[in-house]
Design a protein around this ligand. Structure first.
Ligand SMILES: Cc1cc2nc3c(=O)[nH]c(=O)nc-3n(C[C@H](O)[C@H](O)[C@H](O)COP(=O)(O)OP(=O)(O)OC[C@H]3O[C@@H](n4cnc5c(N)ncnc54)[C@H](O)[C@@H]3O)c2cc1C
Length: 378
């Protein structure tokens, strides 16, 4: 009977990074997909937003102390040093996001190269895990034995590319508690009062969003289902069913603009898409007339452009969510080794943990940083 030193459940971002950083180990990598790194390939429109210029604990939901240790030990700079020998090219976008210049395929090729020492068990869906002197990993096809087991199985969003709740089930079977998993980095649906937004499908502009104690600024996109775009996706991370508020004109002093007593119609004066202004004015019951003709209370109504508060109805669900928030309780995981405090030689890294980043490369950075901490320890 072959016993591996280490088995890694998941050939995704964190599992591949962990395997790459342990070149001398006898490692099995197990995944239900037929190919490695499918989520990397699907990410960032095929160009993978690998990390961000500005990574801090404030970009994450979860225990800040726990998150900080791993992030400090593997910064974006260290990620680029790690990738340096492979001559990958990156481009930086407006909000500091680094994308692969050509294709995410180049990054997956790096991992293929760095994990040649591993034995891959692909098309092998893991069903459950037992422990008797070593870990016994039951897949659909066979039993795999290992002295150490790393759970890098991600969250439950995007089941079409392999996601499953196995990481949570294994954690529970070894006595771990879970923070209830929920969809995140996902669009939000709207209530009847905001149905006017649905008719704006395809319109996008920069906006500021206040949600809980967070203020985020990026592009807002209207869709036939509700609201989306980077600012809403990141906001969904912090949203707890209450009210949110938009500043649709984040860098504009509206009162100064209106002071000019322009003869222009409101929708021509306000620098927002005309279709948006038409529907917005209808929703607040204000005629699109020339600004000089506006009465005091009508001018006041326009302040809603700077502070439009409402409660979304819900979100677009796990099928559309880029990540899962919640997961294995980090109180029960060692912040340096990523070993379970309840079961020796069992480790959890990446998205399966209760750590979730905003949109912008933060989730890959977490997957890589947690894998680095664990690999350094092992
Ligand atoms: C469409 C999309 C785009 C994204 N874009 C970005 C982006 O640009 N930047 C960013 O930072 N983040 C992005 N993310 C989030 C990011 O992909 C994840 O946070 C990250 O991949 C998590 O890494 P992980 O290793 O924890 O899990 P994953 O990369 O999800 O890997 C988990 C692996 O476990 C395998 N697995 C699961 N269950 C089983 C089982 N029962 N048996 C065997 N194998 C199993 C899966 O097949 C998968 O290969 C995106 C996510 C999606 C869905």
């Amino acid at each position: 009977m072959k016993i591996y030193d280490i088995a890694i459940l998941g050939a995704g971002a964190s599992g591949l990074m962990a395997a790459s950083l342990m070149p001398t180990k006898n490692i099995a990598v197990i995944d239900s997909n037929s190919k490695i790194g499918l989520k990397i390939l699907a990410s960032g429109g095929g160009k993978c937003n690998i990390t961000n210029k500005n990574v801090t604990v404030n970009n994450y939901l979860g225990d800040k102390k726990f998150i900080k240790k791993a992030l400090d030990n593997f910064t974006p700079k260290q990620l680029f040093s790690f990738l340096d020998p492979f001559y990958l090219e990156f481009e930086v976008r407006k909000y500091g996001q680094y994308f692969c210049k050509k294709s995410a395929k180049d990054l997956v090729a790096v991992f293929e190269n760095l994990t040649r020492h591993c034995t891959f068990h692909m098309n092998s869906k893991v069903l459950h895990v037992d422990f008797k002197e070593s870990f016994i990993i039951q897949t659909q096809k066979e039993k795999i034995y290992a002295k150490k087991l790393i759970i890098a199985s991600g969250g439950i969003s995007y089941t079409a590319i392999g996601a499953s709740p196995i990481g949570y089930e294994i954690a529970k079977s070894f006595g771990h508690s879970l923070i209830t998993p929920a969809p995140a980095l996902v669009g939000l649906t709207v209530q009847k009062e905001q149905f006017w937004m649905k008719s704006l499908s395809g319109i996008s502009f920069n906006a500021k969003l206040s949600v809980e104690d967070k203020v985020l600024e990026s592009d807002l996109l209207f869709t036939h289902k509700g609201i989306s775009g980077p600012v809403v996706l990141s906001g969904s991370l912090y949203w707890k069913k209450g009210k949110i508020s938009f500043d649709f004109l984040p860098n504009i002093d509206l009162s100064k603009l209106l002071e000019k007593k322009s003869k222009k119609q409101i929708s021509s004066l306000i620098p927002l898409p005309k279709r948006f202004m038409t529907e917005f004015l209808k929703s607040i019951d204000l005629e699109d007339k020339s600004v000089v003709r506006l009465k005091k209370e009508e001018l006041e109504k326009l302040n809603l452009l700077k502070n439009y508060e409402f409660a979304p109805a819900g979100n677009f669900g796990f099928t559309k969510a880029e990540v899962t928030k919640g997961g294995v309780n980090t109180d029960e995981i060692d912040a340096v080794s990523f070993e379970s405090k309840l079961q020796k030689k069992l480790y959890f890294i990446g998205e399966v943990l209760d750590v979730t980043g905003e949109l912008g490369g933060y989730n890959f950075q977490w997957a890589f940083a947690s894998a680095n901490s664990l690999a350094t320890h092992i």
